[in-house]
Write a protein that binds this ligand. Structure first.
Ligand SMILES: Cc1ncc(COP(=O)(O)O)c(C=O)c1O
Length: 390
């Protein structure tokens, strides 16, 4: 019913993925598999809402009014069984912006902030660019899957200057949808040690069949000790509208965060983002379900292809996100050589090392694209890996 097959040409639209792709992919007929936006048009209801908003002609300052909040609330309730209240909500110009605001609101220069690499690069830069100390609790990679290192987390949390943890849930790039039990252990450790948790849940709607996302704030001891970051941007391919919904149930934390957010970005909801969010959250559920089926089929295609054609490589089984994490360490290449090999096959991917500790030797693939494009990319992968073998 929805179209996830048409290949849409984005060249010349100022797309970072297309127009700023590395050579020789830039300008070629091959679509990059980098930055996390999708090669699918958003839900038709959202496009119509934006068209209606455009026809109005006045694009003034807009805010999170009742219509906006009610749409957000009903989505959180129906998709995540989470009851949210208007006073909890602060909007920011994206989740990365919220990470920086949180770091500046809840820590002083020089204090420690925990991250769990390999992880989305702005986690580290939000800490370092604000002059805070990066404290790492690297994920453990065992039996082909990732888990958290609770003993090390406990040790890091007891360091006296550690005040904040940036949690990626679901986790980009390894694709874990953390279970309730795993998150409950994090909530418990952080609560006991007075470490506030920023739970970046931007991928919360992109959950593959058989998995369930747990909102961090719903865990015991978490409600008063967390900041939950959500957005329509990943779910509905609306990243260019720069808007996210940040929930902070604790009044004191909220006041510190929202004051800074207002100072730094004015507290508006961008005009088109307001229209798009209302449409997404009231009319977008069916489209999202079809998107998830499409992405899940792409994951399965990739697993099958790699098993059959490239058994020396492996793909970590993704529970959520539309990002695949491929282990290419068996090729024995350093970061530069691996990147050069991929580009030789016209494969623009996100290099594992940019995700920090233990990311080297992996590649992150964005599978939110028509299956035909993914299939072509996998065939190019096979060809370059063969050329390397021979
Ligand atoms: C975990 C995570 N957080 C934040 C973002 C970006 O958020 P925004 O565009 O709202 O700043 C991404 C984008 O890929 C992401 O994967």
């Amino acid at each position: 019913m929805y179209d996830f097959n048409t290949i849409i040409d984005r060249a010349g639209t100022g797309s970072i993925k297309l127009d700023a792709a590395p050579e020789p992919v830039k300008g070629s007929c091959f679509v990059p598999l980098t930055i996390a936006d999708m090669e699918f048009a958003t839900a038709p209801a959202i496009t119509r809402a934006i068209q209606r908003a455009a026809e109005h002609g006045i694009y003034g300052y807009t805010y999170a009014d009742n219509a906006y909040f009610n749409a957000v609330k009903s989505w959180q309730s129906s998709r995540h069984c989470w009851d949210v209240f208007p006073e909890w909500l602060t909007t920011t110009a994206g989740v990365v912006s919220a990470l920086g605001i949180a770091v500046r609101s809840f820590t002083e220069p020089g204090e420690g902030v925990i991250i769990q690499p390999p992880v989305y690069p702005p986690f580290a830069s939000s800490v370092l660019n604000n002059g805070r100390r990066l404290v790492e609790n690297p994920l453990l990679f065992e039996n082909g899957g990732y888990k958290m290192d609770y003993a090390n987390l406990e040790r890091k949390c007891t360091e006296p200057d550690v005040k904040l943890m940036l949690l990626c849930s679901p986790h980009n790039p390894v694709g874990r949808v953390w279970s309730r039990e795993e998150l409950a252990r994090v909530a418990d450790i952080c609560h006991r040690n007075g470490v506030i948790v920023v739970s970046d849940e931007i991928h919360n709607d992109l959950i593959m069949p058989g998995n369930t996302h747990t909102v961090f704030a719903k865990l015991p001891n978490a409600l008063d000790n967390c900041i939950v970051c959500t957005a329509v941007s990943k779910t509905f391919n609306l990243a260019g509208l720069s808007c996210s919904n940040i929930f902070i149930p604790n009044k004191q934390l909220r006041e510190r965060f929202s004051k800074r957010a207002r100072n730094e970005s004015g507290g508006c909801v961008p005009y088109f983002a307001r229209a798009a969010t209302i449409a997404a959250y009231t009319e977008g559920a069916e489209w999202l379900d079809s998107l998830i089926t499409t992405v899940d089929n792409n994951f399965k295609l990739m697993y099958r292809f790699v098993e059959e054609h490239l058994p020396e490589l492996s793909v970590i089984r993704a529970e959520g996100t539309y990002l695949a994490w491929m282990d290419m360490r068996s090729l024995g290449l350093d970061n530069d050589a691996l990147e050069a090999l991929m580009l030789k096959g016209y494969l623009a991917l996100d290099e594992g090392y940019i995700f920090g500790t233990n990311g080297g030797g992996f590649e992150r693939w964005n599978l939110a694209m028509p299956t035909e494009l993914l299939h072509g990319a996998l065939e190019r992968l096979e060809a370059v890996v063969r050329s390397q073998r021979d």
